[in-house]
Design a protein around this ligand. Sequence first.
Ligand code: FAD
Length: 388
Amino acid sequence: MVVGAGPAGLTVGCVLRAAGVDCLVLETETREFVEGRPRAGVIEEPVVRGLERRGLAGNLLERARRDTACEFRFDGERHRFGFHELTGRHHWVYPQQLLVTDLVREYTDVRGGAVRFGVRDVRLHGLDGDRPSVSYVCPESGRREVVGCDFVAGCDGARGVTRAAVAGRARVARHDYGIGWLALLAEAPPSADRVLFGCHPDGFAGQMPRSPEVTRYYLQCPPGDEPENWPHERVWAELRRRLGAAGAEPLTEGRLIEKRVLDMHDYVTEPMAFGRLYLAGDAAHLVAPIAAKGLNLALHDAFALGDALAARLLKGDGTGLAGYSESCLRRVWDYQEFSQWLSELYHGGAGGDPFRAGTALARLRRLFSSPAAAAAFAERYLGTAARY
Ligand code: FAD
């Protein structure tokens, strides 16, 4: 039983179906909603290789853009960081909703997986026994259905119910950055063909190309700020100021089709397993979108969980499941640490504290003066295939 049809849940489902394991995916939203929900877009090369090995990267490899450089803007100057020249590696840019659409189609239409969209009030039962079950209210009949299973994959994101099932049995470590990001989608081509990071005394601003028609922008704002405080004119004036730099092309402005405030915080649930329940993706850990790692972590987890469940169910080999939580958590903590490091680089200059501003600027300058610092940043920014 897989709870949640996001990237993690659908990937676990696809891996299980490829191995011939029966599974049911439960999702509270409709298929149209999950296939249209815009979120992430930057995918690490090792993750794309993982999708490819499992036959899940066909459309992505055909359509995704390859990013070979990003650009920092600070002190009124542009500083291009050519990570491909440095490492021979790149990022893939593929909007999350396209990946989800591919995965839904692959899971249901190609691999014959069962999915129930629009279910309500999902509950987990008997997780510490050999035969757990999951129940939900059926959208058509309004009646509660109960389905028994061997294992439950908790892939229902940050607001799901599977995390709650381990409350009191797992440790949850949290970190609050004390800042917000206004997350925007503009109906406009990218202003530059690469990711832009504007580190400005008024706050961070970012540009992430998503497609030739749509571009994501971020603006640092107070936590809990309201999107209504950011009318069109204010958004574009602030983006122009914070991303402004000598020789930079003017921003390509357009209608704002998404505007929401994300309070920047992280959490990690340890361990990621309890009895017959295994958590994956945002259900287990949230990493603020500062380092664009959430989707990547969710897919790393899903590969490990799908493979481990298949090995256990088909060959009786439980070693993958036994080591699942520990190996995922090593990567999770590594990425959380990178997110904190990067947060200081982005936001340190904007808090009004001259000491923090000085050290953040030193950190930025080091990326462009020390080959060792540049190589270390590139390795973590691009993600690693290393086993943890
Ligand atoms: P989700 O995608 O949240 O999927 C969980 C699913 O479970 C959802 O479909 C939900 O509807 C469903 N669900 C919820 N409750 C229940 C329930 N009770 N029962 C059944 N189903 C339920 N990450 C990156 O790597 N790179 C980026 O560039 C990036 N940018 C981002 C930008 C924004 C604005 C945001 C919000 C996030 C971004 N992320 C990024 C993070 C990334 O989107 C998430 O980490 C990723 O979606 C996690 O996938 P998941 O499958 O674990 O969870």
